[in-house]
Design a protein around this ligand. Sequence first.
Ligand code: PMP
Length: 288
Amino acid sequence: MPITPTRKVWLNGDFVAWEDAHLHWVNPTLHYGWGVFEGIRAYQTARGPAVFRLDDHVARLYRSARVYFLEPKLSPPELTDAITRTIAVNGLDDCYIRPLLHLGHGEMGLNPLLSTVEAGIAVWPWGAFLPEESTRRGIRAMVSSWRRNDPNTIPPAAKACGQYLNSTLAKVAALKAGYDEAILLNTHGQVTDGPTENIFVVRGRTLVTPPLCDGPLAGITRASVMRIATDLGYEAREDHLTRTDLYLADEVFLTGTATEIVPVVEVGASPRPTRQPATGSSTATSNG
Ligand code: PMP
């Protein structure tokens, strides 16, 4: 979905016009991917925009920063305040929010500890992350031949800029093969997550999602889904999943801030011609 420019971007404490939110081309984050970010959503309510679990997102941003030795100049409450002000300045209700911590201009090379740590926040209206129609009817996902980053290569517990090359390779391979989305396995063959989503399988009244030690991000939507499911009387638990668990599940769905909650109606293992999922309410999966 093309991005809709908004009025102002927050950069290091100042609001600048959207079209003036530039960084210098000689910037180590651009060249080496050393930066961390968050994806957050605000929703319109009768009392104005409500940011979904903002404190949890800010806490995760600062955890990601710790993994990468980034020391933001702002405290978490100050960044939280900057996020809410950025939404207000742009006059938005429903919106996507992207805070990012990156390295400053002036140093290059592979020692990020020499650089300053800069911060920016942009907000923009963003509807369905996956195609609107497929979101409603369910998506077709492919088990990717790209494996999720191993915790001892690039830690999947953090949301670092360069780390998303891994997700993007899987996503592009799935799109080129005619699928809507990828599902990644770790180097041991266990299911981890989607490029930007956590994954759940449903068996009867039990929801199962991979444990964090298998490599998924500690998704905030994932945590909410587990809590809501438990409150509704379902069992929601973490367990290792293999690709056959996806094929044999009663239902499979993805969760994430951008994606929200999307049913997976087909899990294919190899390229095949695009086929419309059957109309109707069933989200049962079939393997390819
Ligand atoms: N896994 C990955 C790799 C992600 O990038 C995201 C998006 N942040 C998720 C899962 C879902 O996490 P959340 O629900 O917190 O957006």
